[in-house]
Design a protein around this ligand. Sequence first.
Ligand SMILES: Nc1ncnc2c1ncn2[C@@H]1O[C@H](COP(=O)(O)OP(=O)(O)OP(=O)(O)O)[C@@H](O)[C@H]1O
Ligand SMILES: [Mg+2]
Length: 123
Amino acid sequence: MAPVRRRKRTGSPHPLITSQRGASLTITNAAHAMPEGGSLRLHTIRLDDEVAISVSDTGRGMPPEIQDRIFEPFFTTKQVGEGTGLGLSIGLGIVREHGGRITVESQVGQGSTFTVWLPAERI
Ligand SMILES: Nc1ncnc2c1ncn2[C@@H]1O[C@H](COP(=O)(O)OP(=O)(O)OP(=O)(O)O)[C@@H](O)[C@H]1O
Ligand SMILES: [Mg+2]
């Protein structure tokens, strides 16, 4: 009998799914950054060669030394058992596979904006 071959998975998710995933993980982080509530704003951006979704919160924000580390695998400021620290590192990996990037702007005590950028020609 011929051996059963596992079918290789081909292709990666559509860029729209990638951008939606990127946005959803940043929305989850934004909610965690506003334990007492706040405002969450989503914007879509269309440039000539890029499209983006930005997620802005009015949460605790991050100092520069934390911002420098948030894309490292397993980097988290959450309590043990509350966060794996993998959300942004995996999210950035997937976005980069599509030729995209994630930018961050943040001020301590003011809030943060995460923007997921993807090349427009792939959409
Ligand atoms: N919107 C935000 N406001 C403030 N800090 C943030 C925000 N988003 C991310 N961070 C910081 O970045 C860290 C890493 O985020 P990441 O999503 O990779 O992991 P996590 O949220 O800690 O855990 P999980 O793997 O469950 O997502 C967070 O622990 C937090 O310190
Ligand atoms: Mg997270």
